[in-house]
Design a protein. Structure first.
Length: 350
């Protein structure tokens, strides 16, 4: 049921909850595009299935696939990994790629009417970098139609990895991504803020600057700074002053320390180290511990076979005392230029 521009989600009492709000399910799009992991796609499946196994222990996992053949292939690998297939649902909604955070449905909830709705933002594969993206662009509406949920179509480009939420009216994003002319060149910062407020149902937009080196999304927030509760963020910092990430992450850290929330409080800022640089085929990859995914009972964190892995897991465990914080080696997955948060999209309970 597609909704026109006559009313916005905010007017209708909807908002986008924080990721730690309990989930009905996690949505994924099964990886199949070899060009996203040149020469490595077969290597990613064991860790991807491990990710699914952890999530599915306490929520459904709903997976977009091209057809029954792809579903059968997925079931074979998931079974081999020890996943309970009763917790997995497949939907024949074909995609161009696997990055469900960005092309998947942004689920909204209305706590008064006990309804869910979906935003179907426009999707152009991070500024037209990786055509075709026609299948990815229609995924939210397909899911909304299947479940009979209202679907709002703002008519502008927006990606799930570019925004993060505290569930209490505040949204965190970056100027590097949202003000990039390859997304919505006809909109200025004030106009983009109005879309964010009206469609995500938030009151406050906090802006950081640049994303990390190697990030082909032009600076997604989910590689640098994430809310861990309504007052707290973790933000990645680079300790090597000669590293290309050092100064830009220091600028973001300084900006976070000046920010105030709607309740007047300063943000609690927890520093998270960066991993050693991950370089493959001469290319620096956007490896970051901030690309974790908050499932119902676990927080799944990408690790990179380096000394800071354990430090990062310990810091995040302190931020999520009610969750098991679990590291999964993402060294092969990051060759696709994203990790577990980029691959997943939560569907909240109502």
């Amino acid at each position: 049921m597609s909704m026109s521009h006559n009313t916005t989600p905010k007017q209708n009492g909807f908002h986008f909850p924080a990721e730690w709000h309990r989930h009905t399910a996690t949505w994924l799009s099964w990886p199949h595009k070899e060009e996203s992991w040149p020469g490595k796609i077969d290597l990613i499946y064991p860790k991807y299935c491990e990710f699914i196994k952890i999530i599915s222990e306490d929520e459904l996992v709903r997976i977009n696939v091209k057809d029954e053949q792809m579903a059968a292939f997925a079931k074979q690998l998931l079974s081999f990994a020890g996943v309970d297939l009763k917790k997995i649902e497949f939907y024949n909604f074909p995609t161009n790629d696997a990055w469900c955070r960005d092309h998947g449905p942004a689920f909204l909830i209305n706590e008064h009417t006990k309804q869910k709705a979906i935003i179907d933002w426009g999707y152009n594969a991070w500024g037209g970098k990786y055509p075709p993206f026609d299948l990815d662009d229609v995924i939210p509406t397909k899911i909304g139609d299947h479940f009979g949920m209202p679907v709002y179509n703002p008519g502008i480009v927006m990606e799930g990895g570019s925004v993060d939420f505290n569930g209490k009216g505040t949204l965190l994003t970056t100027t590097a991504c949202l003000l990039n002319k390859n997304r919505n060149p006809h909109l200025d910062q004030e106009q983009i803020e109005a879309y964010l407020q009206n469609y995500y149902g938030v009151e406050q937009i906090l802006w950081l600057g640049d994303g990390i080196v190697g990030d082909d999304t032009d600076g997604h927030i989910d590689d640098i700074t994430r809310f861990t509760d309504e007052n707290t963020v973790v933000t990645v910092v680079e300790e090597n002053k000669n590293d290309d990430n050092y100064h830009l992450l220091q600028e973001n850290l300084a900006a976070l320390k000046t920010m105030r929330l709607l309740n007047g409080k300063q943000l609690d800022v927890v520093e998270l180290p960066m991993p050693d640089a991950v370089i493959y085929d001469g290319q620096r990859l956007p490896a970051s511990y901030a690309n974790f995914y908050i499932a119902n009972s676990a927080v799944v964190v990408p690790t990179y076979r380096c000394a800071n892995d354990d430090r990062a897991l310990d810091i995040l465990q302190g931020c999520f005392p009610e969750h098991r914080v679990i590291g999964i080696d993402s060294t092969d997955i990051i060759w696709g230029l994203g990790s577990f948060h980029c691959l997943s999209q939560q569907e909240p309970e109502i």
